[in-house]
Design a protein around this ligand. Structure first.
Ligand code: MN
Length: 382
């Protein structure tokens, strides 16, 4: 039943996607001619001797690479779009570096924003290398994030004049809002509020001020419905881009067609997940863990932690095509260790990658190493 319902909703929104996507294109077209007009003039002046200058002068593209798996990533991309225009590329952690390698080859790229994508021991060096190449090509690069980061990485990025906006105490969207408020409309504060709620950061200095502007229950239901639409539609990249557009155009989640109906389907699935976790859950001395087969690991991990009675929960799902497990880790309020840092080191040692926050993080672990990952994590969190 649920499956057919999803299909129906997808079909209903599809035509709307097409109609709405033409609007932003207009914006791109509006800005593009201006630049072309200005830049075609020097072409004539410099004549045919300087093809390199022509290539440079054609750089007019703005791209935002952002995290696709949660509200904070999607909403960061939406606010960047409202402030600067341009296109979003939405990625998960395994796809993060691939996307960066691709934009390096884009000869039209002028300005790049990277949002809500934390770095790990495994990825940080390559990240710096790619951004160095971009800076050599005079591309403006802004990195906005709130995940735990090696201070040496920040120094290296500042050295190559990447604009780094980084605060572990506010979610990425709130930081985007705070940095570019003057270019954003009033509704952007609501988009940021919902992102803060989803990232458990609505109690932080800026996040709490934003939440105060709105009715708490209204913000909570909006953030939650949006989150369920994002989490439940990870395999529909066009839908996620459509959400970025709708949010950048100041739509409330309830004004986006079928979002509440879709959320209803998701809560039904989640209630089934509770029953599955109760059956399949395994425990060790310091953590509960479970392999997830038919849903995302991140949707199950809170149940794994909660129902295990332990202070740490681990849920993992095989990505058959990648030969890896996507792992989600959560800690309770009683968990005193920094899970993001422990997981970063452990996953890297096992040939994967990972990291994140003190009580919520993730990892990519080679298929053969998942047992080792769990037993080692259990030892390290006493
Ligand atoms: Mn975030």
């Amino acid at each position: 039943m649920a499956v057919t319902k999803i299909k129906k909703i997808t079909k209903k929104t599809a035509p709307k996607k097409i109609t709405k996507k033409t609007a932003p294109k207009k914006i791109t077209k509006k800005t593009a001619p201006k630049k072309i007009t200005k830049k075609t003039a020097p072409k004539k002046i410099t004549k045919k001797t300087a093809p390199k200058k022509i290539t440079k002068s054609l750089r007019n593209k703005i791209i935002c690479i952002s995290h696709k798996e949660d509200n904070d990533g999607i909403s960061s991309a939406a606010l960047i779009r409202q402030a600067f225009g341009g296109d979003a590329i939405l990625v998960d952690y395994p796809g993060q570096m691939e996307a960066l390698q691709q934009v390096v080859t884009d000869e039209k790229l002028k300005s790049l924003f990277i949002c809500d994508l934390g770095l790990s021991k495994k990825t940080q060096d390559e990240f710096i290398d790619i951004l160095t190449t971009l800076r050599k090509n005079k591309i403006s690069v802004t990195y906005i994030d709130h995940h735990d980061i090696d201070p040496n990485v920040v120094k290296a990025l500042q050295k190559i004049k990447v604009k780094v906006i980084h605060d572990i105490n506010e979610c990425t969207t709130v930081q985007v809002y705070n940095a570019y408020k003057s270019k954003l409309n009033d509704h952007a504060s609501f988009v940021a509020t919902c992102a803060a709620i989803t990232d458990y950061m609505e109690d932080r200095p800026l996040g709490s001020k934003l939440l105060q502007m709105y009715d708490r229950q209204f913000a909570l239901i909006s953030a939650t419905v949006l989150t369920y639409n994002i989490v439940g539609r990870q395999r529909e990249p066009d839908y996620l881009l459509y959400l970025v557009e709708e949010l950048s155009e100041s739509k409330f989640p309830h004004d986006i067609p079928n979002t509440y109906e879709f959320a209803q389907i998701q809560v039904e699935k989640l209630s089934q997940m509770i029953a599955k976790v109760k059956k399949g859950l395994k425990t060790m001395s310091n953590l509960g863990h479970m392999e997830i087969l038919d849903a995302g690991a991140s949707g199950a991990v809170n149940f794994v932690m909660g129902l295990s009675g332990k202070d740490v929960g681990v849920a993992y799902k095989e990505r058959v095509d990648h030969g890896i497990y996507a792992v989600s880790v959560r800690g309770s309020k009683n968990c005193k260790v920094h899970l993001g840092r422990i997981v970063n080191i452990l996953a890297t040692d096992l040939g994967g990658s990972g990291g994140g926050h003190d009580k919520a993080c993730g990892a990519v672990v080679p298929k053969a190493k998942i047992k080792k990952f769990i037993t080692e994590l259990n030892k390290k969190i006493k």
